[in-house]
Every structure is written in structure tokens, then in C-alpha cells.
Design a protein around this ligand. Structure first.
Ligand code: SAM
Length: 289
């Protein structure tokens, strides 16, 4: 396990993922009933952007660094409000040295009745995450393979939930594992909202990945992708995507507003692109969370 998220925290891919994650949690809070967030690949929860590791890549500068002090048109400010408020709350003296990973972000948005189950497999990162949430009775941090959690931890006893699957893609076959993981989770908990993260880079089997997802015949699957640069001259990340199963009925409209803004704000060359489309179905009728 070589991947450490501290090198990438707050980058353009985190911005898209965490902005969407915050929208999903905000939607779940529209009903009083408690919900659970299952974060299968959680990372360390809180990132020090002034650390040696974060400074080494400086990726956050072209991510959250381009957003926090930007002039936001009112509709964009409203959509990003839960995400950016959490980031600002972690940096009360202004500036930007602390950045919330997914478990910290959702926890900051919780009400007293909501719960977090977070898995992290890297021993050091697990220890760090566990310390971060020590004594927090709303959160359970487990040193476990997150793929197993999609079986063992679903359905949540609250019967309402959001499942984030955000693997590091450091080994072959992660796109296939993502499809299999979703199939496994969905069989146990068809009513959950699932949010799957994947990288866009040269040679990535995106068409096959989308085709395999469609073949699962899950009725409602929304896809959002943002590339900030061409993949021609880099083997690194050119962009990232999210597949959202059972998205809130408001999400597509919000993303249609947000994406052009994020593309303009985060672009690194003239090949930046963004799209949001239904992989399967359209939530013409949505009974609510
Ligand atoms: N979700 C985090 C966020 O948004 O802040 C970032 C997670 S990072 C992309 C992926 C994490 O998964 C790493 O911390 C890595 O150590 C961990 N990991 C790798 N394989 C895992 C597995 N099989 N189960 C659980 N965690 C794993």
C-alpha cells in the first residue's frame, strides 16, 4: 500500500468529490430520520496542507486553493455552501492550512442523530484516523478492507444511508472492483445512495467501465466527470469522475450549474472538459430520502 492521500488532499479531484459529497449529506438532512455514511476508503480525515508531503506536490493550490477566495455567483455559492463552510470552519484564522477528508467533512455536516462508519486499511493512516475520531460516539472507525464492508456493513440499521467508495486505484482492476463492489452493496441495500470515485487518465477503460455499470441494470445512475487538462502529455490524473446511484432528484440540476463554473475555475489547459449525464434512467419521480 503505497498510496497516501496527503499528497493529493484538496486537489481538483477532491474538490469535485467533496462538493458532491456535501450536497448528498445536505439532501439526506432534509428528513429528521437518522442516516449513516459508510466511507469504505476513508484516508486520515484531516489534512495539514502545510506538511512536507502536501507541500511536495502542492496539488491543493490548483484545487481548493483556486476556490476558497474566488468570487462566487450566488447560485454557485449556494451549491458549494456546505463544503466551503466546512473548509473555512477548519481555518478560523483565514488562510488555508487544514483540509477535511471525506470522513471529517461528513462528520462536520452531521446532526446529533447521524452516524459514520469509516474503513481504512493502511495501518498508519488507520491509527491517525482513529485518533482523529477518538471519543466521538457518532463515528466508528475500523481497520478493515473497505471492499468487505460493502457486504458486512450493509444495510445500515438506520435504513437510510450514503456509501462513498473512493479507492486509491494503485493496483490493476480497480474499475472492475468498483463495479463488483457496487453490485454487492446494492444487492444488500438497494435504497442507499452510492457515490463511486474513479480517475480519468490516459488509457483508462472508461467506456468499458460505464458499460459494465449499465449492465448492472440499477435504475438510477448519474455520472459526473471533470477533466482539468489533456491526458496526452501526462500519465497522471487528468480528471476524475463520480457515479452516483439513487441521486437526490435535485443533484443533476445542481451539477449542471456547478460544472461549468468548476471547469472554468480549475482548468489547467484548453482541453478541460466536463459532463454530467444519466448512465441509467432518470429520476423522473423521486419519493425523497
Ligand atoms: N476518501 C478519502 C477522502 O475523500 O478524503 C480519500 C481516500 S484515498 C483516495 C484512498 C484510501 O484508501 C487511502 O487512505 C488508502 O490507504 C485506503 N485504502 C487502500 N486500500 C484499501 C482497502 N482495501 N480498504 C480500505 N482502505 C483502503
Amino acid at each position: 500500500m503505497n498510496y497516501r492521500h496527503i499528497y493529493h488532499a484538496g486537489n481538483f479531484a477532491d474538490v469535485l468529490k467533496h462538493a458532491v459529497l456535501a450536497r448528498l449529506v445536505t439532501y439526506l438532512k432534509q428528513k429528521d430520520k437518522a442516516f449513516r455514511v459508510l466511507d469504505t476508503h476513508a484516508g486520515i480525515g484531516l489534512y495539514d496542507l502545510s506538511s512536507e508531503e502536501a507541500r511536495k506536490t502542492g496539488e491543493w493550490r490548483d484545487g481548493i486553493g483556486r476556490l476558497l477566495d474566488a468570487e462566487l455567483p450566488a447560485p454557485i455559492a449556494a451549491i458549494l455552501e456546505p463544503y466551503l463552510t466546512a473548509v473555512r470552519d477548519l481555518n478560523p484564522d483565514g488562510g488555508l492550512t487544514h483540509y477535511p477528508g471525506s470522513p471529517k467533512l461528513v462528520r462536520m455536516l452531521f446532526r446529533p442523530q447521524d452516524r459514520l462508519s469509516a474503513m481504512e486499511l493502511h495501518p498508519d493512516d488507520y491509527e491517525t484516523l482513529h485518533r482523529q475520531f477518538d471519543g466521538d460516539f457518532q463515528s466508528r472507525i475500523t481497520h478493515l478492507d473497505g471492499w468487505l464492508a460493502l457486504g458486512a456493513h450493509l444495510p445500515p440499521k438506520e435504513k437510510r444511508g450514503l456509501i462513498l467508495v473512493d479507492p486509491p486505484f494503485e493496483i490493476e482492476g480497480e474499475y472492475e472492483r468498483l463495479v463488483d463492489g457496487l453490485a454487492k452493496g446494492y444487492r444488500r441495500f438497494a435504497g442507499g445512495i452510492y457515490c463511486l470515485w474513479y480517475p480519468l487518465k490516459k488509457g483508462a477503460p472508461i467506456n468499458d467501465f460505464h458499460a459494465a455499470l449499465k449492465a448492472l441494470e440499477i435504475p438510477k445512475m448519474l455520472c459526473v466527470e471533470l477533466s482539468v487538462r489533456s491526458d496526452r502529455d501526462t500519465t497522471g490524473l487528468a480528471g476524475s469522475g463520480l457515479v452516483i446511484v439513487n441521486p437526490p432528484f435535485t443533484l443533476k440540476g445542481e451539477l449542471d450549474i456547478l460544472l461549468p463554473f468548476l471547469k472554468a475555475q480549475l482548468t489547467q489547459d484548453r482541453f478541460a472538459s466536463a459532463r454530467c449525464f444519466w448512465l441509467r434512467g432518470e429520476a423522473a419521480f423521486n419519493p425523497g430520502p
